[in-house]
Design a protein around this ligand. Structure first.
Ligand code: MN
Length: 187
């Protein structure tokens, strides 16, 4: 490969100071997704999808919703290494993204992006500015769409049988799916 997709990720971090993974080469049969709750300067949820050996990433200030009426701004950020999907801990003060991280949800996903009845592969879908995925997470399940608009990317629950408008899942299920900890319990 001529280009290192993790160049920006590595440049932003001092791996002597932070315990975040540096990233190597990894191949997954089942493509993973992860949502990390991150109490940086501003609390947000990092939504990441495995595409072509890295995690394509968006920072979602209000976090995901199970209600299709909620349109959540998603700020596209640098690719992260696949191993980042298992990262939980504290990014030290002075480091990029300083603050606590928990794995709020993770699992596999299936690409559902179609155009004129044909499947659009993920890399192309990203370029086109529209991605539909079926999430099989511990918390989030069903269709989600990420679409590029004039005011940025928007993450929204698609209308399907897994819609749940009865609760705010961020409040109902705040804990890490890896450790059971809340973000306040990470230190
Ligand atoms: Mn973040």
């Amino acid at each position: 490969m001529s280009q290192d997709p993790l160049k920006v990720y590595r440049e932003k971090r001092d791996f002597v100071a932070t315990s975040e993974p540096k990233g190597g080469k990894a191949v997954h049969e089942n493509r993973i997704f992860v949502i990390q709750k991150h109490s940086a300067r501003n609390l947000h949820y990092d939504f990441r999808l495995e595409v072509d050996g890295v995690l394509k990433s968006w920072a979602v200030p209000k976090g995901p919703s199970t209600n299709p009426k909620d349109k959540r701004l998603a700020i596209y950020t640098e690719d992260h290494p696949l191993e980042y999907a298992g990262y939980e801990g504290v990014i030290p003060q002075g480091q990029y993204g300083a603050g606590k991280v928990i794995v709020w949800d993770t699992g596999h996903y299936r690409n559902m992006t179609e155009k004129a009845g044909q499947v659009v592969e993920m890399g192309r879908a990203l370029e086109n500015g529209h991605i539909s995925v079926w999430l099989e997470g511990r918390k989030l399940k069903g269709g989600y769409a990420i679409t590029k608009t004039s005011r940025g990317w928007i993450l929204v629950k698609m209308n399907d049988e897994l819609v749940d408008a009865s609760k705010d899942i961020l409040i109902a299920e705040p804990r890490s799916v890896l450790s059971g900890r809340t973000i306040e319990e990470v230190f």
